[in-house]
Design a protein around this ligand. Structure first.
Ligand SMILES: [Zn+2]
Length: 544
């Protein structure tokens, strides 16, 4: 075996001298000496806490250099968000699992802030108050997954120790221990006890393996049991999960009802998909502007320079929720429908479509959007709908309106289309999307139906199709918002024009537009806007 000497270092205690004999041996081999602490495999080892602290700080500062790269305009915002989230949550893993929170939390908290600032800079968006809190919630809980790494560092350390229990029990760290009763309190054991008393006991929570989390002796006895090796599996996820669930319950008490609805509406797997998409192909890539809007919409953070009022229905307040359902809904609907038809074509399933030209058209007809002919069973009639669960009028009616928004829509669609479908011997499936990303079970069923038609080597996986739909929905939302905001800006500018001569044709055009806007009402659900709104919106879109 050849030892690479330049990669070798000798760690010596920070106090006391080393013997001449050792000193000579080190010099003879040309090795370096580190006193007190040494960086090792993504972590730091040693017995000098100050030296260890310095090394931890240096390591975390090194990560910040990578953030400068993410701030570059050349990297797509979508990719910057992906890498940023990974840097914040996965990168500190080795450090927090091996070192006690006393050494890691300060620099990690600092690093968490640096990541957040870089992301805001890339998004050109200042996240404030509740929007910032949502941004920092886990993906599965309806946030954007930028969880501060310092918060859960104690649980990672406990899990790391639990996993090392097998090695720690027979070591001299446990001197004096007689059958698990007494543990001599060295530095590591003191840190463990500190962690248990500060981060486990004060919360009245049902921790997993709670009895083992009372003192260090019981801790090592429990996790060091060789017959129950799997006890230390997933401890970190369990502890951090329990902590986060508790934190979330408390957060919901302080957040505004709108933010709670937004968070609850997004707390599902499909809503998190857009944040997991790698922009490897055009299909999964979002433009910087689309990502910016998606983040603003997900967190409820108002875009800067957005008018206060919408141009519809006598100045409805222009909230982030309002932007996605006031205009361009038909366009978004058709975008989603097109994806389903493309998927069917890829899997060799014949389809028949009923194109929608206006929303009025959709309302009156009793024909569904797409009929799939899978061949193996009865044809499947489907109707695509995109609804906003957090539409202001829905939440005004009930604080929990978002919880049954999809269900209500599903019942409505089923009532409308099912009888006809059954009469023809067809199956009917409403394909309901929520603007925040949730997808109804019927969507999964339809995608599975398509995926199962082709062998493994051909066609798309159901999950890839789902991801594609999530990306398409995000694009559709961004388009709807862009149209709504632009229209509101035009109306605002027109109302500011005081001198009649200062406006030319263009100005009178926008005044006409805003007058016609006032006559129409703005509705919350995707399928019930008036025909004038959608036809003018389609005309506007065609003109663009
Ligand atoms: Zn509006």
């Amino acid at each position: 075996m050849v030892v690479q000497r330049e990669k070798c270092e000798i760690l010596t205690p920070s106090v006391g001298d080393i013997s001449d004999e050792l000193q000579q041996a080190i010099e003879r081999h040309g090795l370096r000496i580190a006193r007190g602490a040494l960086p090792l495999l993504g972590a730091v080892v040693g017995n000098d806490q100050n030296a260890m602290q310095t090394l931890v700080n240096e390591k975390v500062d090194g990560w910040k250099k990578a953030l400068d790269l993410l701030a570059c305009e050349e990297i797509p915002t979508q990719l910057a968000l992906l890498v940023g989230r990974w840097t914040m949550t996965a990168k500190p893993s080795a450090l927090v699992r091996t070192l006690p929170p006393t050494l890691t939390t300060t620099s990690l908290a600092d690093f968490g802030k640096a990541v957040l600032n870089t992301m805001q800079q890339r998004l050109n968006l200042c996240l404030e108050g509740e929007a910032k809190q949502l941004f920092q919630q886990p993906l599965g809980a309806g946030g954007l997954g930028f969880c501060p790494p310092a918060e859960t560092a104690p649980y990672a350390f406990l899990a790391g120790l639990a996993a090392s229990s097998l090695a720690i029990r027979p070591s001299n760290l446990m001197n004096g221990e007689q059958k698990g009763s007494k543990v001599e309190e060295g530095w590591l054991i003191k840190q463990l006890n500190d962690c248990l008393s500060r981060h486990i006991k004060p919360f009245n929570l049902e921790w997993p393996d709670k009895d083992a989390l009372t003192n260090s002796g019981a801790f090592f006895t429990y996790f060091g049991d060789t017959d129950k090796r799997q006890r230390c599996d997933k401890v970190q996820a369990k502890l951090a999960g329990t902590f986060r669930a508790h934190q979330r319950a408390e957060l919901k008490q302080t957040l505004s009802p709108e933010t709670v609805s937004r968070m609850e509406s997004r707390a599902n797997k499909a809503s998190a998909l857009i944040w997991k998409a790698y922009p490897l192909t055009q299909d999964f890539a979002l433009t910087d502007e689309e990502v910016r809007f998606s983040v603003a919409y997900a967190t409820g953070q108002r875009l800067p320079h957005m008018p206060e009022r919408c141009s519809c229905a006598r100045g409805t307040p222009l909230t982030m929720e309002h932007t996605v359902h006031c205009a361009e809904k038909l366009m978004r609907h058709n975008m989603m429908q097109d994806r389903f038809v493309s998927f069917a074509r890829l899997h060799g399933v014949r389809t028949r479509q009923n194109p929608r030209l206006t929303y009025q058209d959709a309302k009156e007809k009793l024909e569904p959007d797409v009929i799939f002919y899978p061949g193996t069973h009865a044809p499947v009639q489907t109707d695509v709908a995109v609804i906003n669960p957090c539409a202001p009028c829905r939440l005004r009616a009930s604080r929990y309106g978002h919880r049954w928004a999809s269900k209500t829509k599903k019942a409505e669609k089923t009532r409308k289309y099912r009888p006809n479908a059954v009469a023809m011997g067809h199956i009917f499936r409403p394909l309901i999307f929520e603007t925040h990303g949730k997808m109804a079970d019927e969507i999964t069923m339809t995608l599975d139906m398509l995926a199962s038609r082709t062998p493994m080597s051909r066609g798309l996986a159901a999950n890839d199709m789902k991801l594609d739909l999530a990306i398409t929905l995000a694009r559709g939302n961004a388009l709807a918002a862009r149209t709504t905001i632009a229209r509101a800006q035009r109306a605002r500018d027109a109302s500011r024009t005081v001198h009649p001569a200062s406006g030319d044709n263009c100005c009178s055009h926008s005044r006409n537009r805003s007058r016609s806007n006032n006559t129409r009402s703005c509705s919350s659900s995707s399928s019930s806007s008036s025909s004038s709104s959608s036809s003018s919106a389609v005309a506007a879109a065609a003109a663009e």
